[in-house]
Design a protein around this ligand. Structure first.
Ligand SMILES: Nc1ncnc2c1ncn2[C@@H]1O[C@H](COP(=O)(O)OP(=O)(O)O)[C@@H](O)[C@H]1O
Ligand code: SF4
Ligand SMILES: [Mg+2]
Length: 316
């Protein structure tokens, strides 16, 4: 069954007269259970907005969302049993006054009220085992755990209700590189053991490469490229993807990779929204909206002049 299908998904924040178009006509899908869609984009590209739409916290300005066949609004209160979010371990993700036991018990009390006290306890021990922790962690408070252990608790908490899709919002961005790798390994093991599907969001293409079957690149609300990970990393075709990859040596990088790139609002005027920043821009780009070009099996780029030869020279 199709896990996730987004068609023409758009969202605009309005504050008085100001409108921020956070997402513009995004088409994406996770076709099969047990797969990972990686979503790359710098700070401000609309990643978190997309996740909030999936959780039903926001309703689309335009377009549709299908999660296992229904919109978040149609799923209503059943949605949290299917879809859970894991955020990065930063302050506030875990309540500092709650022990590990309480943090893990909470979602069960909320969504599985039928469970007895013993069943809950058993489930909590099972969750700890799943994320590589043990019963001795139960009485601990967040400040008594390492960053990696806190991230494991956040993952365990999300798994408590046995969801089928996890939304991972920068799950390793707050961690040291060596701990990042451990958490990514854990996520990979959990996917194999439980058949989970992931939407993994990161500004770091190197993190996505580790887990993603498919990758999509978002730039200030515009989807610019998507395709099977293997094909996209081998032949990054959109100039912006190429830039992201060039600035991705394999470790966590600052959020703002391309301060000189600024899209212009070209939806009405007919131009590529990136033509003022793009090194490959030509007269055509300033006059005509680019098409989605087919680069190979399932691989598409939103560009008049996608790179087709896999070379790393920026010319066409
Ligand atoms: N509550 C809000 N009100 C107004 N604008 C917002 C709000 N949340 C996000 N935005 C704007 O929407 C855009 C996308 O933000 P966000 O989805 O948080 O991006 P990301 O997660 O990729 O950093 C940004 O321009 C941001 O300033
Ligand atoms: S359509 Fe032109 S300006 Fe836009 S990304 Fe492609 S080459 Fe650059
Ligand atoms: Mg975000």
């Amino acid at each position: 069954m199709t896990v996730l299908e987004l068609q023409g998904l758009s969202y605009t924040f309005r504050q008085g007269r100001r409108a921020t178009r956070a997402l513009r006509q995004v088409d994406l899908s996770i076709a099969r259970e047990g797969e990972t869609l990686g979503l790359a984009g710098e700070s401000g590209s609309g990643k978190t907005t997309l996740l909030r739409l999936l959780l039903g916290f926001l309703a689309p300005t335009a377009g549709t969302i299908r999660i296992f066949g229904r919109s978040p609004q149609e799923w209503g209160p059943q949605l949290p049993r299917l879809v859970q979010m894991v955020v990065q371990d930063a302050q506030g993700a875990l309540d500092p006054r709650w022990t590990v036991q309480r943090s893990l018990e909470e979602p069960l009390l909320l969504h599985h009220r039928d469970l007895s006290r013993e069943d809950r306890k058993e489930r909590i021990l099972e969750l700890l085992e799943l994320v590589g922790l043990g019963p001795h962690h139960l009485p601990r408070f967040p400040h008594e755990l390492s960053g990696g252990q806190r991230q494991r608790i956040l993952i365990a908490r999300a798994l408590a209700v046995r969801p089928r899709l996890l939304l991972l919002d920068e799950p390793t961005s707050a961690l040291d590189v060596s701990v990042q790798a451990q958490i990514l390994n854990l996520l990979r093991d959990l996917q194999e053991r439980l058949g989970l599907s992931y939407l993994l969001v990161s500004h770091d293409l190197a993190v996505l490469r580790y887990l993603a079957h498919d990758v999509a690149v978002l730039y200030r609300g515009y989807l610019v490229e998507k395709g099977p990970a293997e094909s996209l990393y081998r032949e990054p075709s959109h100039p912006y993807t190429a830039l992201l990859l060039e600035s991705a040596p394999g470790v966590t990088k600052p959020d703002h990779l391309s301060p000189s790139w600024r899209p212009v609002d070209a939806s009405a005027s007919g131009a590529c929204p990136l033509h003022t920043s793009c090194p490959r821009a030509s007269a055509l780009c300033r006059e005509v909206n680019p098409p989605w070009q087919h680069m190979g099996e399932g691989h598409f780029a939103y560009c008049h002049f996608p790179r087709r030869d896999g070379s790393h020279e920026g010319s066409h």
